[in-house]
Design a protein around this ligand. Sequence first.
Ligand SMILES: [Zn+2]
Length: 457
Amino acid sequence: MNFDLVVKNGLVVSASATYHADIGVSAGKIAAIGEDLAGAQEIDAAGKLVIPGGVDIHVHMQMSLGDGVISSDDFYSGTRAAAFGGTTTIVDFVEPGPEQTLVEGLADRRAEADPQVVIDYGLHMTIGPNEIAKLDQVQAAYDAGCGSFKLYMAYGFRLDDGQLLRALEAIRDAGGQPVIHAENWDVICALVERNVQAGRTTPHWHPRSRPAPMEGEAAGRAIDIAHFVDTPLHIFHVSCSDVVERIKAARAAGWPITGETCPQYLFLTWDAYDAPGLAGTFPVCSPPIRAKSHQEALWQALGRGDLQLVTTDHCPFTSDLKARGLHDFSKIPGGVPSIEMRLAGVYQGVVREHFSPNRWVELCCTAPARLAGLHDKGDIAIGLDADLVIFDPDRPVTLSTDFLHERCDWTPYDGIELTGWPAVTISRGEVIIRDGEFLGEPGRGRFVERIPNIVKR
Ligand SMILES: [Zn+2]
């Protein structure tokens, strides 16, 4: 049999196994795993790792915060940068308008994304205060392929605990997977107000207005409510050991609780907020970046299995928008670019011997695909989508805005040196990145309907 494409001579690394094999691809699917396969197109992966394409289930492309503030990567530039970094599937968000049904909101967001995406994508459905009156539509959103639902305990999207209870019940009844931004909003508002009124307005005060123990409190409260409702819950962007301890305790009790962290919490410390001038505003994101001890705890939690996956919360804002908060940290739009460096960044956990190459693949590819209900993604097996990355484990790179392809005029990782970088990215059998060249095109990515593996009650 002659395949469309064969990746030859690589060391295949999945979440569960490591072996030398060729991978044959036909019609966009993995068709064979074996020796001496032949194809119309062949790529030699000798000396390199062959892994499933990266799956980043937490990104915000062209996210509008109002007043002209919009995240700087659109669905084209953001998914192109993702592909350069070895990510072949993302999950972004629907934020329905107040007068819209959930399914109408989904159609609008798909109309933005579909012509632009260069890799496959899904969408979480946001359930904010306006959506509490629409909980009878959760099943329809689920049936339309939005199998996961985003809940917030902060910002204008914030649900109070009673609303949180009702939303979790509706998601449970539909068989959906809830994901949550857990912070204690009342405490944050009080501390921000106190600090700004006292003239403590530099970015130094951003993390000090959002204390780690209060993130732990909020996550613990959300976990307890989810347990009461008898539903799984995934905790987004865990920044600190306080939340790790809550997740660990819940899992030890057998509760279906999962958590993720992000590269900004693994590579930066809160000293970044003390950089002079505008540079101190760049790393503002929420939850904030913490002291060094938390960074070490997060790497260990990934290795021990106390955190289950790594996403990015990719949400960059250009320096002119960050500058709006130069004299008041509470007005800095929150978010950083990480989508391109995530896979290689987390690989440093292998380099530093925090965990195995298999665990790296599990954290960045397999576990996120499973949680989000991306059944054809995140693994190397016959019949799955041929989303593959040929990863050069020895290539040294120094991160900079010149090196990266994200549409942002700064990166929080400037000057950081990594070992290992993707050489080739393949999406459904199509080579879209090869040796630093982009070969894909906007609109080739597809919306993926996602049905998480949760037993409907
Ligand atoms: Zn986010």
